[in-house]
Design a protein around this ligand. Sequence first.
Ligand SMILES: NC(=O)C1=CN([C@@H]2O[C@H](COP(=O)(O)OP(=O)(O)OC[C@H]3O[C@@H](n4cnc5c(N)ncnc54)[C@H](OP(=O)(O)O)[C@@H]3O)[C@@H](O)[C@H]2O)C=CC1
Ligand SMILES: Cc1cn([C@H]2C[C@H](O)[C@@H](COP(=O)(O)OP(=O)(O)O[C@H]3O[C@@H](C)C(=O)[C@@H](O)[C@H]3O)O2)c(=O)[nH]c1=O
Length: 285
Amino acid sequence: MKVGVIGSRGQLGSDLLKILADSIPLDKPEFDVLIPSSWPEITARGIDVLINTSAYNEVDQAEIDMDSCFNLNTFSPARLANFCDINKIIFITISTDYVFGFPPTVPPLPFSEESETNPLSVYGVSKRAGEILTLNRCKQSYVIRTCGLYGYASIARPRSSFVETMLRLAQKGNPISVVSDQIVSPTPTYDLALAINKLIEQLPPFGVYHLTADGFCSWYDFAKKIFDLAGLSVILKSTTMSAFNSKARRSPYTVLSNEKARRYGIQLPPWEVGLAAYLTNRKME
Ligand SMILES: NC(=O)C1=CN([C@@H]2O[C@H](COP(=O)(O)OP(=O)(O)OC[C@H]3O[C@@H](n4cnc5c(N)ncnc54)[C@H](OP(=O)(O)O)[C@@H]3O)[C@@H](O)[C@H]2O)C=CC1
Ligand SMILES: Cc1cn([C@H]2C[C@H](O)[C@@H](COP(=O)(O)OP(=O)(O)O[C@H]3O[C@@H](C)C(=O)[C@@H](O)[C@H]3O)O2)c(=O)[nH]c1=O
């Protein structure tokens, strides 16, 4: 299977390129997904599976910059889905836990692929709309929802992952405040790329799949684990989402159930294991 990877210089895209046996990188400036005149490259190169990892990912900025957000997260996957359907290409696009809102039960339970979505932010709405249009327009499509990605490609980037942001803040030596009332499953892109590779090998029924690291934690717990594993002594303070006062609203709990993928033998390691591996291998990047 020849796999095209849009966003191949990003966190997930660059790890997919390392893992997939036969992949073709597609990223700016050579390939701009927003310029459909560049798309014939996809058919000319005989791509069987197209993975779209490009996205507008700045959750707070999206509240203001709605046009750019919807262009990349909604209209672009919708057009790609159409293109793939016409050309008989399997289309995979990546979505997010932020399509979910407040959990309906107390205590909360992990959201399944069938759970009702209720995005609280512009980013979440744009990704949900992208999911719906993808599934409507391409018969052979997968929507993969994941959460809190971090990968080696963000080490040298100004806009970095939560892990890299924490490591950078720690170097400054000031106290760090992190929210303890938001529960998530932070996921290394390397583990996600391995899982996507398995999905492509097996081709289970098309549709939505949740793929996150196993288990869950608050962002505060995650930060604490980062500093412990990295051997950094940091004054870490617990705060709340309301005190942190971000522009975009976020749900207090967006843990995804990975049960459906597990039925096909596709499973990611626990978040603590993924983080330890990331921090060890990071030294070699
Ligand atoms: N990051 C996270 O925590 C999470 C991400 N996701 C989803 O996972 C996917 C992958 O995320 P991640 O790897 O972190 O994203 P990154 O931002 O690391 O990678 C996206 C890549 O796409 C490129 N890109 C942006 N615009 C275009 C364009 N017009 N044409 C071609 N390429 C473009 C980016 O280039 P440049 O950087 O130069 O703009 C970048 O190389 C996204 O769909 C995201 O919404 C889901 C849950 C969590
Ligand atoms: C940097 C920082 C963030 N936070 C909070 C803000 C927020 O509630 C939470 C996570 O912040 P981030 O900005 O890293 O992540 P955020 O943009 O909320 O993360 C998301 O990215 C998008 C693309 C997704 O799809 C999601 O799955 C999710 O991981 O941590 C702190 O409490 N202290 C800090 O110093």
